[in-house]
Design a protein around this ligand. Structure first.
Ligand SMILES: [Fe+2]
Ligand SMILES: [Fe+2]
Length: 194
């Protein structure tokens, strides 16, 4: 992976001494580094390979299957990428995995797709929380939310169905160009000039 493509360094030792020239150097470096975000994300998604967590398929296959089902159902590219990456937080977010995926994807998603990925953990619970002594209707706290149905549909059609070892999912390479296109243009970021 390419990183740190320039030898140029800012001259300050504390940010109070920073100059516009320093930030030209930093911006140039940021631009190059942020372009490699899809590579880092795809590499991280691959960490889910071999991680079964007791499920019939590993977490990478679950992700591919979820995205494949969404794609074959005619969902647009942004939705498919959201489906592909919805569980990418499983490695670092054992207790809040949906928040991790949501944070990574927020710059690139519509408000509704962001809401889906952020809350899919609670909505997915409808399919198993009752087996663990939890309330499967935890999602009802969002009954009045305009995105309730969209999130329920994501879990019903693509997430809770994506555990079939016999299903023929597309490989990660199939989704790679989609991830690159969706991540090429952030819609929301505090670093984006209006
Ligand atoms: Fe999940
Ligand atoms: Fe999932």
């Amino acid at each position: 992976m390419m990183t740190d493509m320039t030898d140029e360094r800012a001259s300050f030792t504390a940010m109070t001494e920073g100059t516009p020239e320093d930030y030209q150097i930093i911006s140039k470096s940021f631009g190059a580094y942020s372009k490699e975000l899809p590579d880092r994300v795809l590499e991280h998604l691959n960490i889910l390979s071999g991680d079964f967590g007791g499920f019939p398929v590993d977490r990478l296959e679950h992700s591919l299957q979820c995205a494949t089902r969404a794609h074959r159902d005619g969902r647009d590219e942004e939705y498919v990428v959201m489906a592909l990456l919805h569980d990418i937080g499983d490695t670092l977010g054992s207790y809040n995995h949906a928040d991790i995926a949501a944070a990574i994807l927020q710059p690139f998603l519509s408000e509704q797709n962001y809401w889906i990925v952020k809350n899919h953990g609670i909505f997915q619970g409808y399919y198993f929380f009752h087996h663990m002594g939890l309330d499967r209707n935890m999602r009802d706290q969002f009954a009045d939310n305009p995105h309730f149905d969209a999130c329920a549909e994501f879990c019903e059609k693509y997430d809770q169905t994506a555990f079939d070892p016999e299903y023929e999912s597309e490989p990660l390479s199939f989704f790679e160009p989609m991830v690159r296109r969706v991540m090429a243009k952030p819609k929301n970021s505090i670093y984006r000039r209006k």
